[in-house]
Each structure stands twice: as C-alpha cells, then as structure tokens.
Write a protein that binds this ligand. Structure first.
Ligand code: GLN
Length: 483
C-alpha cells in the first residue's frame, strides 16, 4: 500500500479498494517503524490524521470526489498549523503553536488531504543539507550516511522512503528542487506569487515560494492544484486563474524548444552528472523536442547576489523573534537588552545567526549601496538573461545540482562550499520563475536530478514535459533499499 502514488491512491479510494482510514493507519505504522532511521518528522499528528481520514471517507460515502480527498500528506514545519507546534526547525519556536492555519494548509485540508505530521527542515529554511535543524540532521534514504538535501530534507526523505506519497515544501533558493534531486523525487517551485505565503514562516520574502514534493510529475500536478491560487491575505499573491494541471500532462512535446545554457557545463559540474543530463536531453529529443544551445551570461554573479539578498531579508524577517512576542525566552533576564540578546543568542542556531549578521551588515548605512543595491541590480540582470532566453526557447534544461548528495558533516566547517552547491537553483528564485527537478539517473548509487525552468505561470508546461519524460524513463520508479 505504501508504494502507491497520489494518483494511484485517488483511483483506489474512488474504486473503494481501501479507505483513507486504512491507508492512514498503514502509513502511520510505517512512519513509527522506519522514521527513527531518517528523522524526517518533527511532529506526528496521528489523532488529527485519523480524524481527517474518517471525515474524508464520510465525504466520499456521500458522493464527493476529488484527487486529494483522503490523500495522506505532510507539511514542512514552517507552514502554520492551528494548535499544532510549528517550529521552523528552530529552538526559537520549539514551543510555538500556531494560532491559525497557513492558506496552503487550509486549502489542502478543505480538499480533503490528511495531515500525517510536520516534517523536519533546516532551521528557518536556511541550508542545503538539513543539518542545521534543532531537531537533528535528516538522513538520505538512498544512503544513510549522506544528506537528503535541504532545507525541505524531511519532506524529501519521508516521500523518498515511501512513508507517504507527497508533502509540501518551500523553495527560497532551491529547497524543493535540490532535495528532490538528492532523493530521486519530482519537486516543483512555482512562479513567485502562485502559491500563497500567508502562514508560511518567512525566510526571504521576495524569494520564498511553497510547492509540492512527490515521486512523479503527475502527483506534483495533483498537489499543486490544491495549493495554488490567489489569496488576498498575501500581498504578493497573483490573481491569475489556476489551470487544470493534470489536463495538460499528455500534450505532445513535438516541436517543443528546449534551451541548454552553455554556462551550466563549466568546471564545477561532476562529469558523470553532465552525462546523465545529456542522456535526458536525448530522451526528450526522441519525444520530438528541439534542442538549442543558449547563454545565461550573468549566472556567475547569482550566488553572491543571492547570499546578500536572502540574508538581508532574513535579518529583517527574523527581528520579530525577540523573546517578547514569539517563542523562546531566556531564563531570568536582567533587563530588556539582556532579554533580547540572550533569547536570540540561545534560541537561534549558528547558521541563522551567521545570516542575520551578514544581512544586517549588508543593509547597514554605508554598505547598503555597495552590497544590497548592487545585488538587486544583479538580480535584474539575471532576470533579463532569462527573458532573452525565453524569446528563443520554451523550456530551459540543465542539472539541478553540480554534485550528488554529500556525506553528513562534509561541508559543516565551510558554509561557502555549501552555498556554491546552489548554483543552478537560485537563479529561478531571483527571477521569480517556476522550476522543476525530476530524477535523471544515479551516480555511485545516489540520485541525480535534471532541472527544467519555464516562463512565468508555465507550471503546466514543466509538469507536461516531466510527465512525458517519466512515461519514457523509469528512474523515478526506483526505490531506496530497505524502504
Ligand atoms: N540553500 C539555500 C539557502 O540556504 C536555499 C534554501 C531554501 O531554498 N530555503 O539559502
């Protein structure tokens, strides 16, 4: 039962082969048995899950239908869930119970999805390895000595290990696509503004975007359908109609123009990954796509720009955690300043403190123009590169990451080494474009992802290309041993 995709579950529930309650019990037992190896959950919500599953079964018995009605999922622990701990992977929010549901959580619950729990993540979504969580590192089910990627590593590890079919995640600089690549999943970062950020604890507000992590493009279409849409509570939400993502999955790829940026194949890319990317290009060519070499000349400046903008926004967003209004408060503060200093010093981990300091520095008088403003100008250049490229092609294709998942601890002493691994993913966030990662093969037994980028609001095109690719390849069906 645990091997089923969301699409298969929807069919099974519709055909009354099993109930949502039965499935939920099987998956909760599986999580209890296997998750101690992975640490992919921060909180389990068994009671809520069983209650939601029973309610979904009752709705089906009353004649209701819907792909998510009774489907088990989990939420990354930065989506606020009313009355349930929402920790953001931080000691700062270890005791925080959200007073309301995030829009994404409310929409999925209304569609009948069953919440099994809240998944582990890098603290405040800062990281690429899921090692900065207050609740401990998450392990990659493909090799327990390796990281699952981050910051949505808990969602990725849980779905890859078949503890559940799909989960929500967020992507500020790659945190949906990179863990998808590292764990053999399909993950989609939507266009900025497509999915509401209301109730999603902010890291870098101009870059953050929620999206689905699942095993197939077909399942990402189902989950995105439940997440996307205008929300008046989010001032950056965009009022565009939401298309039927499942309806366009079977469009032919004949004549689709795919651009492959020459800058992607520079020295930093593992040659074995380069070969797998070339294989995926050939597979899409066979399906009728036309391949064209393109250029993204400003790509080299994207990492330094991102690592100024994201910490700058984070330093501002995280100023609300002051020991007064939310979360952790130090013991016996001597005065207000001591309360601020010690609550923040004790509540935030090392990486979060590093980013707050970098961000506050970049925003300070005298440095603002040199760093923050400069980074914003680079951001525009990165976007312009994409706009020029999308005049010539329909999709941009390349690797999701330059290397496969590294060993736990391997980059802990060198944060910049980890930042450099984001080279292929962060440009989409800087430009606000949608991007998808899908399985493309293995290197040393570890999964490799291929990334597809599309123009604004072309999530359907990404899902269509990925689905056609998955009909003709079987990488996405591989299961990690022991799970
Ligand atoms: N690795 C990037 C960072 O640490 C991206 C994280 C994310 O997308 N949340 O900022």
């Amino acid at each position: 039962m645990h091997q089923m995709t969301l699409a298969e579950i929807a069919r099974g529930l519709a055909d009354k082969k099993f109930s949502s309650e039965e499935l939920t019990k099987v998956l909760l037992a599986r999580i209890a048995q296997l998750d101690p190896q992975l640490n992919s959950f921060i909180s389990l919500t068994e009671d809520l899950a069983l209650q939601q599953a029973k309610a979904a079964d009752a709705r089906r018995a009353n004649g209701e239908s819907g792909a998510l009605l009774g489907a088990p999922i989990a939420h990354k622990d930065l989506f606020c869930t009313q009355g349930i701990r929402t920790s953001c992977g931080s000691k700062m929010l270890d005791n925080f119970k959200a007073p309301y549901d995030a829009t994404v959580v409310a929409k999925l619950a209304a569609a009948g999805a069953v919440t099994l729990g809240k998944t582990n993540m890098d603290e405040f979504a800062m990281g690429s390895a899921n090692e900065s969580s207050y609740y401990g590192a998450v392990k990659n089910p493909w090799n327990l000595e390796h990281v699952p990627g981050g910051s949505s590593g808990g969602s990725a590890a849980a779905v890859a290990a078949r503890l559940l079919p799909a989960a929500t995640a967020t992507d500020t600089g790659g945190s949906i696509r990179q863990p998808a690549a590292f764990t053999n999943l399909t993950g989609l970062k939507p266009t900025y503004g497509r999915v509401s950020r209301w109730g999603m604890i902010a890291y870098a507000s101009s870059l953050d975007q929620g999206g689905p992590l699942a095993r197939t493009a077909e399942d990402c279409a189902i989950l995105l359908q439940g997440m996307a849409g205008f929300d008046a509570n989010d001032s950056t939400s965009i009022d565009e109609p939401v298309p039927d993502y499942s309806a366009s999955l079977n469009t032919s790829l004949q004549g689709l123009r795919i651009g492959v940026p020459k800058e992607y194949f520079s020295a930093g890319l593992d040659p074995r990954i380069a070969e797998l990317i070339h294989n995926s290009v050939k597979a899409l060519e066979k399906l009728g796509a036309v391949i064209k070499e393109i250029s993204l000349p400003n790509m080299q400046h994207a990492i330094p720009a991102y690592y100024v903008i994201a910490p700058a926004e984070a330093s501002s967003n995280l100023s609300r955690f002051d020991g007064v209004r939310f979360g952790y408060r130090c013991e016996d503060p001597k005065n207000l300043e001591d309360l601020y200093k010690r609550s923040r010093g004790e509540g935030f981990g090392t990486e979060v403190q590093r980013r707050i300091m970098v961000g506050a520095y970049a925003l300070s008088a005298g440095y603002y123009d040199a760093y923050y403003l400069k980074a914003q100008k680079i951001r525009r250049l990165v976007k312009n590169d994409f706009m020029a490229a999308f005049n010539e092609v329909d999709i941009i294709l390349g690797p999701t990451t330059p290397n496969p998942a590294w060993k736990l601890g391997a980059k802990n002493s060198d944060p910049v080494a980890a930042y450099l691994e984001d080279v292929y993913t962060i440009t989409a966030n800087l430009a606000g474009l949608p991007g998808l990662s899908m399985p493309a093969g293995f290197v040393d037994g570890l999964p490799v992802g291929v990334q597809l980028l599309a123009p604004y609001f072309q999530e359907g095109r990404l899902l269509n290309v990925a689905h056609q690719y998955q009909l003709n390849t079987d990488w996405h069906t591989r299961t990690p041993q022991g799970f």
